[in-house]
Unconditional design. Structure first.
Ligand code: G3P
Ligand code: MG
Length: 247
């Protein structure tokens, strides 16, 4: 039975440390954050790594595309100094390295499958294969994706792990069908653009509703009042401190 926390650290604790690094996971752990969300994609040679963008340039000292770079080169990159000198030397972690830190810190994980274009199925399949060998806590793992092919692959490969259907700002009209077809356990929405009427409609599915990425405590409280179950935040400590107690 999935045990979601009220607040999930986004890309670790992106507001305080370079996103999707071990340092970011540890920063979240030190704040008492119970779960983090991390993005997984494949290097050119198929190693699952924790990384958000297609391009390496924004958050590393490298350049070019993740999809065109082998792991041997990825592991040499600095993914910390762009954020601040104190993070110099932070690396792009493999999925396995990230999971080790989560286990060390007794944390749950929302693993977002973030495939490079054309690798939707492969990314889910490689990531789930790795996960199935190192993770056995079914209550504290949620596999999510914007990509239906990745969710279908997860459904075929690890049906007993909870899946979350991610929506962009526009919620597709056929979402009830998609949710049913993919047998998802959660719906994950953009909490910044979400309207109250959309929230009410989505709640009719009677599934936990998760909202990304909320850094304003007042908006977090409003979403809680509307019935949102969990909030992704870059500043999870701030959101945790300001949650409504009655929800
Ligand atoms: O999974 C929630 C959120 O991470 C989705 O958007 O672009 O930050 O991966 P993005
Ligand atoms: Mg994400």
């Amino acid at each position: 039975m999935l045990k979601l926390p009220k607040v999930i650290g986004h890309r670790g604790a992106k507001g305080y440390a370079p996103e999707n690094t071990l340092e970011s996971i540890r920063t979240a752990a030190d704040m008492g954050v119970e779960w983090v969300e991390l993005d997984v994609k494949l290097t050119r040679d198929g190693v699952p790594v924790i990384f958000h963008d297609e391009d390496l340039a924004r958050v590393t000292n490298g350049s070019g595309l993740m999809a065109e770079t082998d792991y041997d080169d990825i592991k040499e990159l600095d993914a910390g100094s762009w954020y601040g000198e104190s993070f110099l030397g932070a690396k792009i972690p493999t999925l396995e390295e990230a999971v080790d830190v989560l286990i060390e810190n007794d944390m749950g994980l929302n693993l977002e499958i973030k495939p490079c274009p054309g690798r939707e199925e492969e990314t889910a399949s490689v990531a789930l294969d790795v996960m199935s060998q190192i993770w056995d806590d079914h209550d504290r793992i949620l596999i999510s994706s914007f990509k239906l092919i990745s969710l279908e692959a997860a459904q075929n490969l690890a049906n007993d792990w909870a899946r979350g259907l991610l929506f962009e700002e526009d919620i597709p009209d056929d979402w009830p069908k998609l949710a049913q077809h993919l047998e998802v356990s959660t719906l994950n929405v953009n909490g910044n653009s979400l309207k109250k009427s959309e929230c009410e409609y989505l709640l009719e599915a009677e599934l936990p509703l998760l909202a990304y990425t909320i850094n304003d405590p007042m908006r977090a409280r409003e979403l809680q009042r509307w019935g949102i179950d969990s909030i992704f935040s870059d500043v999870p400590d701030l959101i945790m401190e300001n949650l409504l107690e009655s929800h």
